[in-house]
Design a binder for this molecule. Structure first.
Ligand code: DAK
Length: 270
């Protein structure tokens, strides 16, 4: 499964590499690497993460990305030292957080593999991922209230959609941390693992996704995300267009032919 690791580039705040997958497209791993600040996300780190995600989107040989931190911290949030002196006008006019908005434009799936702290922007980065795989002892929280601010990268919206109003209120208004197990029970975490297993599980899921026909994967992701924005009727129409669009792909013909011929399909991702 894990034959070869090729670096995606040289970065200061992340390690990132591709893992070969003999059965399908390769998988990209991004490890946030700022242990001295519990993987706090300064602008440079977010820019590096985005650079890799965009690289994967443009790379026909890669199907999926896993974003992770260390066992101790996925990420303790945006870098407070970077924000401490910023004023409202400066932060608005210079649009200092613009890089965060680009996460929504990524077409290929990316998975959060969470252990340790996932706080503030760290929790929001995990929630911007397409699914969260976490260890039982992960610690999720939105502690911004303790800094006299509120979540600013989608926390009030994505958390509420994932866990409902009551739990979102509890997390955001108290700033308390909740375990991976609690967040699994609340519906934020898709797969809960034992302490040492979160990365293996994330990799397994990423490989499973990378073995699927990539165009269908991307249009499925796009359609699911649209469900947060559209009415049911509009969403179903959007889904229908993407369904029809897939009939233009070579893989659709191969998938259905292979089923009828009782053989494994050979995907071209075209
Ligand atoms: N930023 C900067 N440094 C941090 C940090 C952070 N978020 N979290 C930890 N550190 C640093 C600490 O300052 C300390 O540095 P030194 O003192 O050694 O120089 C070092 O990491 C170790 O931390 P501790 O000594 O505190 O370690 P503990 O084990 O005692 O505690 C902790 C770990 C994670 C519970 C604690 O460090 C902590 O509470 N950290 C802050 C968590 C937090 O408040 N996070 C939310 C930050 S606000 C937006 C996008 C994003 C955001 C907003 C808008 N837009 C798109 C508009 C996000 C905002 C946030 O995330």
């Amino acid at each position: 499964m894990e034959n070869n690791k090729n670096q995606t580039g040289v970065y200061k705040n992340i390690n990132s590499y591709y893992i070969d997958n003999p059965d399908g497209l390769s998988v990209c791993i991004i490890e946030i690497n700022r242990p001295e600040v519990k993987n706090a996300l300064n602008t440079e780190t977010m820019t590096e993460i985005m650079d890799v995600l965009e690289q994967v989107d443009n790379d026909d040989s890669t199907g999926c990305t896993v974003i992770t931190g260390s066992r101790e911290a996925f990420s303790a949030g945006a870098d407070i030292k970077e924000m401490a002196e910023a004023g409202a006008i400066d932060i608005y006019l210079k649009d200092r957080f613009a890089v965060w908005d680009k996460l929504r434009k990524i077409k290929k799936p990316f998975i959060a593999a969470v252990s340790g702290y996932a706080l503030g922007g760290g929790c929001e980065l995990a929630m911007a991922c397409d699914l969260i795989i976490a260890s039982e002892s992960a610690k999720f929280g939105q502690p911004e209230i303790n800094l006299a601010v509120i979540p600013g990268a989608g926390g009030t919206q994505r958390l509420t959609r994932a866990v409902g109003k009551g739990k979102a209120m509890e997390m955001i208004l108290t700033g308390k941390m909740f375990s991976g197990k609690e967040m699994f029970d609340a519906g934020l975490v898709s797969v809960l693992t034992r302490e040492d297993e979160y990365m293996n599980e994330a990799l397994k899921t990423a490989i499973e996704i990378s073995n699927k026909p990539s165009i269908a994967v991307q249009l499925a992701k796009e359609s699911i995300l649209k469900s947060f924005e559209l009415s049911l009727n509009e969403g179903i129409e959007f889904e229908r267009k993407n369904f029809y669009l897939l009939f233009a792909s070579e893989d659709k013909f191969e998938g259905m032919k292979a089923f009828i011929e009782k053989r494994k399909p050979v995907w071209k991702h075209k």
